[in-house]
Design a protein around this ligand. Structure first.
Ligand code: HEM
Length: 365
């Protein structure tokens, strides 16, 4: 599905469409021992993204309680401090890679702090997340490499189990403790559910964000005068954040599966059909966004973009992501008013689907 209205209609229709099997299937056949490791590393609980109501509703309402406007407001100073800490040393550089030296460590630092994971685990979480991405790529790995990545994921699962046990015994003011301990509505998640959620939140919480930030900066640097307009406030940063997400959305699509025969866009889909919803294409639907390939911050009238999905599985971290993007752009504009792109060869993306992942973005202060 590539049309905005068709995608939005499917995402509203939980009666006919299930989120099970929502991710791409592995592209390569794995050796049996690795398959076994990959099916058990994060425990028994289903992942949030593949749950349907009512299970999804129950789990999501507990997680949502950790992302209230109050919790986000309280995190703002930490987010800004993380950006400043990473950007300050770069002011002395003649050139740096915005992705590896800022966007990725920034996004990871923020989500780890939000979850309440101490900074000493930063490197390991980055490595394990990379193993997960490598396994998504799937092709061209030797059995030894696959084993190394799967072993890494098992260590990630073990780490999540230990952390869950610690926060169960001694709660702190963090998202993991919020999910494990009964809230005022008498709800909480089981330890198994939290163990499965920790790696999900870490991985989805930083890879997408780093991509969104990098691509938004890249678009501005490639358009004459656009960075200056951001720096002098002619273009409001919140508008730029929304238009950056619309124009080049990091999660290009997701699958849904029909639970009964359904007619969509004049096609009859039998029960069990997998439908790929291309959010990136919907975001450039010319019927909804005139002149769709141009970056026009503040375009109106325009419907909300699909970069965070829609409906039941709407991104749980959307408000946090918006705050992170806004703060990062403010801090970048403040320190690097004359930022420019280093001469670029063809941009290289990791061959991952559905995540777009630009590998490098060299910039000059
Ligand atoms: C710019 C950054 C981000 C983008 C573009 C993004 C994109 C998305 C999209 C498109 C979905 C819906 C998937 C579907 O329809 O099946 C989603 C769901 C999700 N996102 Fe994000 N995301 C971002 C940031 C974050 C952050 C910071 C977190 C962590 C706090 C996060 C955690 C999640 C989770 C856990 C889900 C599953 C929600 C559910 O199934 O109920 N995301 N995200």
């Amino acid at each position: 599905m590539t049309g905005y209205d068709d995608i939005a209609a499917i995402l509203r229709n939980d009666d006919d469409f299930s989120a099970r099997d929502h991710k791409p299937r592995a592209v390569a056949e794995m050796p049996p021992d690795i398959k076994e490791m990959l099916s058990t590393w994060s425990g028994e609980s289903a992942s949030l993204g593949e749950m349907d109501p009512p299970d999804h509703t129950r789990v999501r309402s507990v997680i949502n309680a950790g992302f209230t406007p109050r919790a986000l407001k309280a995190a703002e100073a930490d987010i800004r401090a993380a950006a400043a800490h990473l950007l300050q040393p770069l002011t002395a550089a003649s050139e740096f890679d915005l992705i590896t030296e800022f966007a990725l460590p920034y996004a990871l630092t923020v989500i780890l702090r939000f979850l309440g994971i101490p900074a000493e685990h930063h490197e390991a979480c980055l490595r394990w997340s990379d193993h997960k991405v490598q396994l998504m790529v799937g092709r061209d790995h030797t059995p030894e490499q696959l084993r190394e990545y799967a072993t890494g994921l098992q260590a990630f699962g073990e780490f999540a189990r230990e952390l869950t046990a610690q926060r169960l015994a001694a709660p702190r003011d963090d998202l993991i403790s919020t999910m494990l301990h009964e809230n005022p509505h008498g709800q909480r998640l089981s330890p198994d559910e939290v163990v499965a959620l920790i790696p999900t939140l870490i991985i989805t919480g930083h890879t997408t964000l780093a991509q969104a930030l990098a691509i938004t900066v890249r678009t501005q640097l490639r358009s004459p005068g656009a960075w200056a307009a951001l720096v002098d406030g002619t273009v409001p940063i919140p508008d730029l954040v929304e238009e950056g997400l619309r124009l080049d959305c990091p999660v290009v699509g997701m699958y849904r599966t029909t639970v009964r025969e359904v007619t969509v866009a004049d096609r009859v889909l039998p029960a069990g059909s997998r439908v790929l919803l291309l959010y990136g294409a919907g975001n450039r639907d010319p019927d909804r966004y005139p002149d769709p390939d141009r970056c026009l911050p503040g375009r109106r009238p325009a419907p909300p973009h699909l970069a965070f999905g829609r409906g039941t599985h709407y991104c749980v971290g959307a408000a946090l992501a918006r705050a992170e993007l806004q703060i990062a752009l403010e801090e970048l504009a403040d320190r690097f008013p004359a930022l420019s792109a280093a001469p670029e060869t063809t941009p290289v993306y990791r061959p991952t689907f559905p995540l777009r992942a630009l590998t490098t973005l060299r910039v000059r202060p």
